[in-house]
Ligand binder design. Structure first.
Ligand SMILES: Nc1ncnc2c1ncn2[C@@H]1O[C@H](COP(=O)(O)OP(=O)(O)OP(=O)(O)O)[C@@H](O)[C@H]1O
Ligand SMILES: Nc1ccn([C@H]2C[C@H](O)[C@@H](COP(=O)(O)O)O2)c(=O)n1
Length: 222
Protein backbone atom coordinates (compact mmCIF):
# COMPACT_ATOMS: atom_id res chain seq x y z
CA UNK A 1 0.00 0.00 0.00
CA UNK A 2 1.23 3.46 -0.96
CA UNK A 3 -0.40 6.68 0.24
CA UNK A 4 0.07 10.07 -1.43
CA UNK A 5 -1.19 13.12 0.45
CA UNK A 6 -0.79 16.76 -0.39
CA UNK A 7 -2.53 20.00 -1.30
CA UNK A 8 -4.64 20.67 -4.36
CA UNK A 9 -2.68 20.69 -7.62
CA UNK A 10 0.49 19.17 -6.18
CA UNK A 11 0.22 16.29 -8.68
CA UNK A 12 -1.09 13.53 -6.37
CA UNK A 13 -3.73 12.23 -8.74
CA UNK A 14 -1.41 12.20 -11.75
CA UNK A 15 1.38 10.37 -9.93
CA UNK A 16 -1.00 7.98 -8.13
CA UNK A 17 -2.47 6.90 -11.49
CA UNK A 18 1.03 6.37 -12.96
CA UNK A 19 2.10 4.31 -9.95
CA UNK A 20 -1.05 2.18 -9.95
CA UNK A 21 -0.54 1.44 -13.64
CA UNK A 22 3.17 0.64 -13.20
CA UNK A 23 2.57 -1.66 -10.21
CA UNK A 24 -0.74 -3.13 -11.40
CA UNK A 25 -2.38 -1.99 -8.15
CA UNK A 26 -5.83 -0.57 -7.38
CA UNK A 27 -6.33 3.18 -7.11
CA UNK A 28 -8.29 5.16 -4.52
CA UNK A 29 -8.99 8.80 -5.39
CA UNK A 30 -10.39 9.72 -1.97
CA UNK A 31 -11.03 13.33 -3.02
CA UNK A 32 -13.62 11.99 -5.48
CA UNK A 33 -15.69 10.67 -2.54
CA UNK A 34 -15.76 14.12 -0.92
CA UNK A 35 -16.54 15.71 -4.30
CA UNK A 36 -19.35 13.16 -4.89
CA UNK A 37 -20.83 13.92 -1.47
CA UNK A 38 -20.80 17.64 -2.36
CA UNK A 39 -22.34 16.92 -5.78
CA UNK A 40 -25.05 14.71 -4.27
CA UNK A 41 -25.81 17.52 -1.78
CA UNK A 42 -26.15 20.02 -4.64
CA UNK A 43 -28.37 17.60 -6.63
CA UNK A 44 -30.65 16.99 -3.63
CA UNK A 45 -30.69 20.63 -2.50
CA UNK A 46 -29.12 19.77 0.87
CA UNK A 47 -27.91 22.73 2.93
CA UNK A 48 -24.13 22.64 3.40
CA UNK A 49 -24.60 23.62 7.05
CA UNK A 50 -26.84 20.58 7.70
CA UNK A 51 -24.29 18.05 9.00
CA UNK A 52 -26.88 15.33 9.77
CA UNK A 53 -28.22 15.25 6.21
CA UNK A 54 -24.69 15.40 4.74
CA UNK A 55 -23.67 12.49 6.99
CA UNK A 56 -26.61 10.43 5.68
CA UNK A 57 -25.73 11.33 2.06
CA UNK A 58 -22.06 10.38 2.56
CA UNK A 59 -22.96 7.13 4.29
CA UNK A 60 -25.37 6.05 1.54
CA UNK A 61 -23.57 7.35 -1.56
CA UNK A 62 -24.84 5.23 -4.46
CA UNK A 63 -21.67 5.28 -6.53
CA UNK A 64 -19.78 2.92 -8.84
CA UNK A 65 -16.24 3.35 -10.12
CA UNK A 66 -15.70 1.60 -13.45
CA UNK A 67 -12.59 1.44 -15.66
CA UNK A 68 -12.73 4.15 -18.33
CA UNK A 69 -12.66 3.50 -22.07
CA UNK A 70 -9.47 1.74 -23.27
CA UNK A 71 -8.65 1.04 -19.60
CA UNK A 72 -7.68 4.73 -19.12
CA UNK A 73 -9.10 6.81 -16.28
CA UNK A 74 -12.28 6.02 -14.43
CA UNK A 75 -15.99 6.33 -15.19
CA UNK A 76 -17.92 7.38 -12.09
CA UNK A 77 -21.63 6.64 -11.82
CA UNK A 78 -23.58 8.50 -9.13
CA UNK A 79 -27.18 7.42 -8.53
CA UNK A 80 -27.29 5.77 -11.96
CA UNK A 81 -25.95 8.77 -13.90
CA UNK A 82 -22.42 9.09 -15.30
CA UNK A 83 -20.70 12.02 -13.63
CA UNK A 84 -19.06 14.40 -16.08
CA UNK A 85 -16.33 17.02 -15.89
CA UNK A 86 -18.47 18.92 -13.38
CA UNK A 87 -16.99 16.76 -10.60
CA UNK A 88 -13.52 18.23 -11.18
CA UNK A 89 -14.46 21.92 -11.18
CA UNK A 90 -12.96 24.29 -8.62
CA UNK A 91 -16.50 25.06 -7.45
CA UNK A 92 -17.19 21.41 -6.54
CA UNK A 93 -13.65 21.12 -5.09
CA UNK A 94 -14.34 24.08 -2.78
CA UNK A 95 -17.69 22.58 -1.67
CA UNK A 96 -15.97 19.20 -1.12
CA UNK A 97 -13.40 20.95 1.05
CA UNK A 98 -16.27 22.43 3.09
CA UNK A 99 -18.09 19.12 3.65
CA UNK A 100 -14.70 17.59 4.50
CA UNK A 101 -14.47 19.80 7.62
CA UNK A 102 -17.48 17.96 9.12
CA UNK A 103 -16.42 15.13 11.46
CA UNK A 104 -19.57 13.04 10.85
CA UNK A 105 -19.11 13.20 7.08
CA UNK A 106 -15.48 12.08 7.44
CA UNK A 107 -16.54 9.21 9.72
CA UNK A 108 -19.23 8.15 7.23
CA UNK A 109 -16.64 7.95 4.40
CA UNK A 110 -13.94 6.17 6.43
CA UNK A 111 -15.13 2.57 6.00
CA UNK A 112 -15.80 3.08 2.29
CA UNK A 113 -12.20 4.24 1.82
CA UNK A 114 -10.77 1.36 3.85
CA UNK A 115 -12.82 -1.12 1.80
CA UNK A 116 -10.57 -0.28 -1.19
CA UNK A 117 -7.69 -2.04 0.59
CA UNK A 118 -8.35 -5.66 -0.32
CA UNK A 119 -6.60 -8.12 -2.58
CA UNK A 120 -3.86 -6.57 -4.71
CA UNK A 121 -1.93 -3.47 -3.64
CA UNK A 122 -3.46 -0.03 -3.37
CA UNK A 123 -2.29 3.47 -4.24
CA UNK A 124 -4.43 5.93 -2.26
CA UNK A 125 -4.34 9.68 -2.77
CA UNK A 126 -5.91 12.42 -0.68
CA UNK A 127 -5.30 14.57 2.39
CA UNK A 128 -5.31 12.08 5.29
CA UNK A 129 -4.45 8.75 3.65
CA UNK A 130 -1.16 8.27 5.52
CA UNK A 131 -2.20 9.98 8.77
CA UNK A 132 -5.73 8.66 9.42
CA UNK A 133 -7.21 6.26 6.86
CA UNK A 134 -4.20 3.95 6.30
CA UNK A 135 -1.73 4.75 9.12
CA UNK A 136 0.00 1.36 8.62
CA UNK A 137 0.68 1.91 4.88
CA UNK A 138 4.02 0.46 3.68
CA UNK A 139 5.06 3.65 1.94
CA UNK A 140 3.82 7.20 2.47
CA UNK A 141 4.42 10.26 0.32
CA UNK A 142 3.64 13.90 1.09
CA UNK A 143 3.69 15.77 -2.20
CA UNK A 144 3.61 19.53 -2.32
CA UNK A 145 4.53 22.50 -4.58
CA UNK A 146 4.34 26.26 -4.17
CA UNK A 147 0.83 27.72 -4.43
CA UNK A 148 1.96 29.81 -7.45
CA UNK A 149 3.22 26.73 -9.31
CA UNK A 150 0.00 24.86 -8.51
CA UNK A 151 -2.13 27.77 -9.78
CA UNK A 152 -0.04 27.83 -12.98
CA UNK A 153 -0.57 24.08 -13.45
CA UNK A 154 -4.31 24.50 -12.93
CA UNK A 155 -4.38 27.36 -15.44
CA UNK A 156 -2.55 25.21 -18.03
CA UNK A 157 -4.89 22.30 -17.32
CA UNK A 158 -7.93 24.53 -17.95
CA UNK A 159 -6.36 26.09 -21.06
CA UNK A 160 -5.99 22.61 -22.55
CA UNK A 161 -9.77 22.28 -22.15
CA UNK A 162 -10.27 25.64 -23.86
CA UNK A 163 -11.13 27.44 -20.61
CA UNK A 164 -9.50 30.80 -19.81
CA UNK A 165 -9.16 31.33 -16.07
CA UNK A 166 -7.58 34.17 -14.15
CA UNK A 167 -4.28 33.22 -12.50
CA UNK A 168 -5.03 35.49 -9.53
CA UNK A 169 -8.43 33.88 -8.99
CA UNK A 170 -6.97 30.35 -9.24
CA UNK A 171 -4.23 31.30 -6.77
CA UNK A 172 -6.78 32.74 -4.34
CA UNK A 173 -8.94 29.57 -4.66
CA UNK A 174 -5.93 27.34 -4.00
CA UNK A 175 -4.85 29.36 -0.98
CA UNK A 176 -8.38 29.32 0.48
CA UNK A 177 -8.60 25.55 -0.04
CA UNK A 178 -5.15 24.98 1.54
CA UNK A 179 -6.17 27.02 4.56
CA UNK A 180 -9.38 25.05 5.05
CA UNK A 181 -7.80 21.62 4.41
CA UNK A 182 -4.81 22.29 6.69
CA UNK A 183 -6.70 24.23 9.35
CA UNK A 184 -9.67 21.95 10.06
CA UNK A 185 -9.91 20.22 13.44
CA UNK A 186 -10.44 16.67 12.16
CA UNK A 187 -7.82 14.94 9.99
CA UNK A 188 -6.13 18.13 8.76
CA UNK A 189 -3.79 17.93 5.79
CA UNK A 190 -0.26 17.42 7.13
CA UNK A 191 2.63 15.08 6.39
CA UNK A 192 2.63 11.74 8.22
CA UNK A 193 5.75 11.54 10.41
CA UNK A 194 7.11 8.68 8.31
CA UNK A 195 6.28 10.18 4.89
CA UNK A 196 8.75 10.84 2.10
CA UNK A 197 8.31 14.58 1.56
CA UNK A 198 8.64 15.77 -2.03
CA UNK A 199 8.40 19.35 -3.24
CA UNK A 200 7.49 19.11 -6.93
CA UNK A 201 7.75 22.85 -7.68
CA UNK A 202 10.83 22.23 -9.83
CA UNK A 203 10.35 18.53 -10.56
CA UNK A 204 8.72 17.01 -13.61
CA UNK A 205 6.00 14.41 -13.20
CA UNK A 206 8.51 11.78 -14.32
CA UNK A 207 11.03 12.89 -11.67
CA UNK A 208 8.40 12.67 -8.91
CA UNK A 209 7.37 9.24 -10.16
CA UNK A 210 11.01 8.02 -10.24
CA UNK A 211 11.75 9.28 -6.71
CA UNK A 212 8.76 7.41 -5.33
CA UNK A 213 9.74 4.20 -7.13
CA UNK A 214 13.35 4.62 -5.86
CA UNK A 215 12.07 5.08 -2.30
CA UNK A 216 9.96 1.93 -2.58
CA UNK A 217 12.89 -0.01 -4.05
CA UNK A 218 15.17 1.16 -1.22
CA UNK A 219 12.65 -0.20 1.28
CA UNK A 220 12.50 -3.53 -0.59
CA UNK A 221 8.83 -3.05 -1.42
CA UNK A 222 9.25 -3.62 -5.15
N1 LIG B 1 5.52 17.89 -11.43
C1 LIG B 1 4.65 18.47 -12.26
N2 LIG B 1 5.07 19.37 -13.16
C2 LIG B 1 4.19 19.98 -13.99
N3 LIG B 1 2.86 19.75 -14.00
C3 LIG B 1 2.39 18.86 -13.12
C4 LIG B 1 3.24 18.18 -12.21
N4 LIG B 1 2.49 17.35 -11.46
C5 LIG B 1 1.21 17.52 -11.89
N5 LIG B 1 1.15 18.40 -12.89
C6 LIG B 1 -0.05 18.87 -13.58
O1 LIG B 1 -0.77 19.66 -12.63
C7 LIG B 1 -2.17 19.47 -12.79
C8 LIG B 1 -2.76 19.05 -11.44
O2 LIG B 1 -2.28 17.74 -11.13
P1 LIG B 1 -3.18 16.70 -10.33
O3 LIG B 1 -4.61 16.77 -10.77
O4 LIG B 1 -2.51 15.40 -10.39
O5 LIG B 1 -3.08 17.32 -8.87
P2 LIG B 1 -3.80 16.85 -7.53
O6 LIG B 1 -2.82 17.03 -6.45
O7 LIG B 1 -4.37 15.48 -7.71
O8 LIG B 1 -4.96 17.93 -7.39
P3 LIG B 1 -6.40 17.80 -6.66
O9 LIG B 1 -6.14 17.46 -5.23
O10 LIG B 1 -7.00 19.15 -6.78
O11 LIG B 1 -7.17 16.74 -7.38
C9 LIG B 1 -2.34 18.45 -13.91
O12 LIG B 1 -2.60 19.14 -15.11
C10 LIG B 1 -0.99 17.74 -13.98
O13 LIG B 1 -0.69 17.27 -15.29
N1 LIG C 1 -8.59 12.33 1.88
C1 LIG C 1 -9.23 13.48 1.56
C2 LIG C 1 -9.47 13.81 0.23
C3 LIG C 1 -10.12 14.98 -0.06
N2 LIG C 1 -10.54 15.77 0.94
C4 LIG C 1 -11.31 17.00 0.68
C5 LIG C 1 -10.46 18.24 0.75
C6 LIG C 1 -10.26 18.63 -0.69
O1 LIG C 1 -10.10 20.03 -0.85
C7 LIG C 1 -11.51 18.10 -1.36
C8 LIG C 1 -11.34 17.72 -2.82
O2 LIG C 1 -10.22 16.86 -2.97
P1 LIG C 1 -9.42 16.71 -4.37
O3 LIG C 1 -10.33 15.99 -5.30
O4 LIG C 1 -9.11 18.09 -4.86
O5 LIG C 1 -8.21 15.91 -4.03
O6 LIG C 1 -11.87 16.95 -0.61
C9 LIG C 1 -10.27 15.43 2.24
O7 LIG C 1 -10.60 16.19 3.17
N3 LIG C 1 -9.63 14.29 2.52
Amino acid sequence: MVTIDGPSGSGKGTVAALLAKELGWHLLDSGALYRLTALAAINHGVDFADESSLEVLAGHLDVQFEPGQDGEGMTIILEGETVGANLRTEEVGAKASKVATLPRVRAALLKRQRDFAHGAGLVADGRDMGTVVFPAADFKVYLTASAEERAKRRQNQLQLKGIDASFDQLLADIQARDERDMGRKVAPLKPAEDALQLDSTRLTIQEVFSRILDGMRNKGLI
